[in-house]
Design a protein around this ligand. Structure first.
Ligand code: BEZ
Length: 252
């Protein structure tokens, strides 16, 4: 089993699109000064800093201590905590929980929804974007073929990419009312000729479970080769086949 290991510098450098893509979600959240907002899966803390700059009282929570260390170093004075989405608690009710590109890493969606609800005041909002059904389907298919061919391993990707209907049903069952929800494709450019290889290395922890360490480099190389002849590689430019699920839900 190869766990995902986060490299905060790589995440902020070559994968800065994760943060940039969150701008529209911040607009949707529209945090007002003095609102209490919790960023679930805050990574290196850029959105926490942006929310704080707008006057919100923000807490950043992330399960990865390396990310939290990097967030604290980059944004001293802001409130960052190591916490698991399915188990975190806060001492004061929040006006909003925000989450960008993080919920699909959390494998207990009902427990996450329950913790978010517990963290919110009545009427508080849960504004999130995550990988939706069909997300990175071509990347997963190529990786599956490569892992089978090189290592005889059947991959079982660790992510949770629900349909809009499934996520809405979970939110409603968990005590939320859906105010708006969208599923959409967002082809995402990856930087440079090594863009796909870098992506596979950076995020592959959710993909490569079961691949022996010694076979991993070859599996990544073959995955990249297979994708070279697809619509994800056009005129030398790499694109990841992202599909997003975005929603605004309110604690009922
Ligand atoms: C995503 O944001 O959709 C994503 C990122 C890394 C791995 C899997 C999905």
């Amino acid at each position: 089993m190869i766990a995902n290991t986060w490299d905060p510098a790589l995440y902020d450098g070559r994968h800065a699109f994760v943060t940039h893509a969150g701008q529209a979600l911040l607009d949707l959240l529209d945090a007002r000064p003095d609102e209490r907002v919790l960023d679930l899966g805050c990574g290196t803390g850029h959105h926490v800093a942006q929310l704080a700059a707008r006057g919100a009282r923000v807490i950043g929570v992330d399960a990865d201590p390396t990310m939290i260390d990097a967030a604290r170093a980059a944004h001293p004075g802001l409130d960052f905590r190591v916490g698991d989405g399915a188990r975190f608690e806060v001492e004061v009710a929040q006006d909003a929980v925000f989450s960008n590109a993080a919920l699909h890493w959390m494998r207990e969606p009902d427990a996450v929804i329950a913790r978010v609800r517990a963290a919110l005041r009545p009427g508080g909002r849960f504004v999130a974007e995550m990988g939706g059904h069909g997300n990175i389907a071509a990347i997963i298919a190529a990786a599956r073929d490569a892992a089978r061919e090189v290592a005889g391993v059947t991959l079982a990707p660790a992510w949770y990419f629900p349909t809009l209907g499934e996520q809405a049903a979970r939110l409603e069952a968990g005590g939320f009312r859906i105010h708006a929800a969208w599923w959409f494709e967002r082809p995402t450019p990856l930087e440079g000729e090594a863009g796909m290889t870098n992506w596979l290395r950076m995020f592959g922890g959710g993909l490569w479970g079961g691949v022996p360490e010694g076979a991993l480099a070859e599996v990544v190389t073959l995955t990249e080769q297979r994708l070279r002849n697809t619509t994800l590689h056009v005129e030398g430019r790499w694109v990841a086949d992202y599909c997003r699920l975005r929603f605004v839900a309110v604690k009922a």
